[in-house]
Design a protein around this ligand. Structure first.
Ligand SMILES: C[S@@+](CC[C@H](N)C(=O)[O-])C[C@H]1O[C@@H](n2cnc3c(N)ncnc32)[C@H](O)[C@@H]1O
Length: 342
């Protein structure tokens, strides 16, 4: 015989239990029903912020069971914005950064220009490149500036399914896109890319950053380049400079968190390797990981996996430095020589 227990809970207790179970931030509780569900499912503390779970997914509209993607939702072409292409610009409410259309176009041009300049200064040729990857492409702000590379397959991947769908709708063809998870694996063959760039991505990968670097090295060809932007000593200096914070108000919350951390446990003047706050992978809605490295440590650490070809300060929004890395040619044979320690 099945035993059934009936527990009667009054309304207010029920509300408290639901709130506790969901552990939603106050901001989300006050938001509309749809946003609450989106926010909760997309950043469920039990999953998204759990450091023990490595393969997290951010699917498009996780709260629905059925959805339709209509190709003709895309207004073609909206503005060309001076990028010399007829690629449509997504609606600005769907940009990952709160930018105007002009800002979206100008900042993408600037970032893509830096990638090109830095890579070319190391002897890299875009004319002979056959495959390029934008790791963490978000809304395609940067990838669109590679539309002139006619003989090159240009891919974008991101954790956020919603943005990959947006890119597939707006920018494919000519570009190709795929959603990945937070597990350090990408669905590409070994040695398939000539260049990978990751703008403001390693600034948000707290755990498993090394595994991601090694995964990107796996899919690079020997001699291929990896361009990453990171927070390093220069970024910390800027955070602590009131003039820089006035110029870039988005630095204020990071500065406050850094100062809090320093008050509790002084470390900035010590010999540390890295620190992170918030820890969740990628933009986590109301929180996202912010990762900072001590420059000396980072150089040494990256040199254990790559040839460090150059470091460019203030390369991305003035606040992040770019490290250009090269996969050593010794990987050509598939079995790189093992370093013998004396
Ligand atoms: C701050 S945004 C920058 C977006 C874009 N690179 C740009 O500069 O406009 C960081 C992006 O990296 C993505 N991201 C973070 N961790 C990732 C990972 N492990 N794999 C793929 N994308 C990731 C986020 O989802 C987000 O779209």
């Amino acid at each position: 015989m099945t035993k059934v227990s009936i527990v009667i809970i009054n309304g207010s207790l029920m509300k408290q239990l639901v709130k506790k179970a969901l552990r939603l931030p106050a901001k989300a509780i006050l938001a509309s029903g749809y946003d609450v569900i989106q926010e909760y499912i997309a950043t469920s503390p039990a999953v998204w912020f759990n450091p023990y779970l490595s393969a997290k997914v951010r699917p498009y509209r996780p709260e629905v069971e059925t959805y339709i993607i209509r190709r003709d939702d895309v207004a073609r072409p909206v503005t060309t914005g001076g990028d010399g292409s007829s690629l449509p610009i997504p609606p600005k409410e769907r940009f990952i950064y709160p930018l105007s259309e002009e800002g979206f176009i100008a900042s993408g041009k600037d970032n893509a220009g830096t990638i090109r300049r830095v890579a070319e200064a190391s002897g890299f040729s875009f004319q002979t490149a056959r495959r390029i990857l934008d790791f963490g492409c978000a809304d395609g702000r940067i990838i669109r500036w590679f539309h002139d590379l006619k003989d090159c397959e240009v891919w974008g991947v991101d954790l956020l399914g919603e943005y990959i769908l947006l890119c597939q709708q707006y920018l494919s063809p000519p570009f190709k896109f795929a959603t990945n998870t937070s597990e350090p694996h990408l669905p590409f063959e070994d040695r398939s890319f000539d260049l990978i760039y990751a703008c403001s991505v390693f600034t948000h990968i707290a755990d498993l950053a090394d595994a991601w670097l090694l995964e990107l090295r796996r899919i690079l060809r020997p001699g291929g380049r990896l361009f990453i932007t990171v927070h390093d000593d220069r970024s910390i200096e800027m955070c602590l400079d009131p003039e820089a914070v006035r110029r870039h108000p988005h630095l204020a919350p990071i500065r406050d968190t850094l100062l809090d951390l320093e008050r509790q446990n002084p470390f900035v003047g010590t010999n540390y390797s890295m620190f992170t706050v918030f820890r969740a992978p990628g933009p986590g809605g109301h929180r996202e990981a912010q990762v900072f490295y001590k420059t000396d440590y980072l150089k040494e650490h990256l040199a254990s996996m790559f040839n460090v070809r150059s470091i460019t300060l203030e390369a991305y929004s003035e606040f992040q430095s770019a490290y250009l890395l090269e996969k050593p040619a010794s990987y050509a044979a598939g079995h790189p020589p093992v370093a013998v320690r004396s």
